[in-house]
Structure formats: C-alpha cells, structure tokens
Design a binder for this molecule. Structure first.
Ligand SMILES: [Zn+2]
Length: 253
C-alpha cells in the first residue's frame, strides 16, 4: 500500500491537516477525523448517494412549513471543520470592499422580503449543517473576474437528485434579469457545479441531496456597472432573487 502514490499523498495531507489543526490528544484527534467523510465512489454518483443515504428512496420531507435556506457566501468562514479548512481563505476583496459584505447585505434583504410573504427563512453561514434540508437553497456569491465582463451566473449541483433544482434556477434567472437588468451568462464552472455546500458525496457539512439548490454569482465586483447595481441597487437585486424563489415555491409545492 505504501507504494501507492495516492495513498501516500493522502497520508501526507492528513498529517499536514492534523499538525495545522493543533491536535494534541487522542480524543480531539478522533473528533477531528470524524469530521472527514470518506466514501469510495465518484462524487455525485448513484453509488455514493446510496452509500451515504441507504434509505434515500424512502426519504420523506421533514414535517413543518416551507423553509428557504439562504447561504451567505463566505460568511463566518473562520475556524471551519477540518474537512472544509480551505474555505477560510476564500472570498473576493476589491480595495477594502469584501464580497461577504455584499452577499450579507443582499441575502438579509432576500430574507426580509420572503418573510414578509410568510415564509420561514434561514440565513446560513459558509459552513452548513450536515444533511441540511430546505425546500429551496440559494448560495449567494459575487464574482470577481475581468472588469469587462458584466452579468450573473447560476448553477445547480453537478447532479440534481431533488428533481427541482433546474426549476429553481430558471425561475431565478427570469426574475433576476427583470429586476436587475443584468445579463444572464449561460456558463458555469466546476467550482459552481461541485460547490462544497452541494457536495454531500464529499463533505459532511453539505445539503441533503433532496434539497433543491442553486449557487448564484450575482454580478462581477470588478465591473463598475455590476458593482453599482449590487450596492446601490441591492434592494432590486434582492427582489429579483426573492420573487424567483417565491414563484418556484408556488409552482412546486
Ligand atoms: Zn464567493
């Protein structure tokens, strides 16, 4: 086994993680290790799904009112569990303006609007609770790319087992375009499709696969027009997201 390079790299990574996590006693070590989810199947595969959720086919929605989860990208990313250690370094900063502050400004407003419509809404930090279920989950981020690029991007998980994520995506595209006048960029990156909070096949702290989820890159912070819309027009931006979620819920539950 020691001749297996992957095995060796895993061990080295583990040692590096442990030393950086200041693990001194065995109880703490076991606790830290228990945060790491190890499964032998490809990410998002059916095998991974049934390995992690053997009763997936008999899953029933938890009782209670419709619940919407709004994840504020990069919010409270300090001291994440060891499996998500890398997220503490993420989040764009333009001059002194932080992406997380824009995400929070808009996400809180989305919460206000949806609550005024009678929904139960939870604002979630960068680390989501294990197997988090909501009837709609929206991760809110702002891009930071070439300043000539203007527009928003949105993506579902790589494979959607909720059967509803594409409907949520389409509903948000429609109302977000209308309220912000921002152009929809019909592209996505693997950072979006394999977003850690979607990736129940790799991390414990991720949504339940039955949660219809999208990640929204609301606009490009490097582009002046986009930045003005995100800050001065934050109420419109929030309205665009909230109306899309509202329409999705009404049509699907
Ligand atoms: Zn972000």
């Amino acid at each position: 086994m020691i001749n297996n390079p992957t095995f060796l790299i895993n061990i080295l990574t583990l040692l590096a993680l442990l030393s950086s996590a200041n693990v001194f006693n065995i109880d703490e070590l076991i606790l830290k290790l228990s945060e790491i989810y190890i499964q032998p199947f490809p990410e998002f595969s059916k095998e991974a799904l049934y390995f992690r959720f053997p009763n997936f086919d008999n899953w029933e929605r938890p009782e209670g009112p419709i619940k919407i989860g709004i994840q504020i990208g990069h919010w409270i990313k300090e001291n994440p569990p060891i499996e998500l250690k890398r997220i503490s370094k993420t989040g764009a900063v333009i001059s002194s303006l932080k992406e997380v502050d824009i995400n929070y400004l808009i996400g809180s407003e989305v919460k206000n609007i949806l609550e005024s419509k009678g929904y139960k809404v939870e604002l979630l930090p960068a680390v989501v609770p294990p197997e988090y279920y909501a009837d709609a989950f929206i991760a809110i981020h702002a891009n930071s790319t070439d300043k000539k690029v203007s527009g928003f991007m949105i993506s579902t998980p790589f494979i959607d087992y909720s059967g509803k994520a594409f409907k949520l995506k389409d509903s948000i595209i429609e109302s977000y375009s209308k309220y912000t006048n921002l152009q929809f960029i019909d592209e996505f990156t693997s950072n979006m499709t394999h977003y850690y909070a979607f990736n129940w096949s790799k991390y414990k702290h991720a949504i339940h696969p039955k949660t219809p989820a999208v990640i929204l890159e609301m606009g490009n912070m490097q582009n002046q027009k986009d930045l003005l819309i995100l800050i001065l027009g934050y109420k419109n931006v929030a309205q665009g997201i909230a109306e899309g979620v509202d329409k999705f819920i009404k049509e699907n539950y």
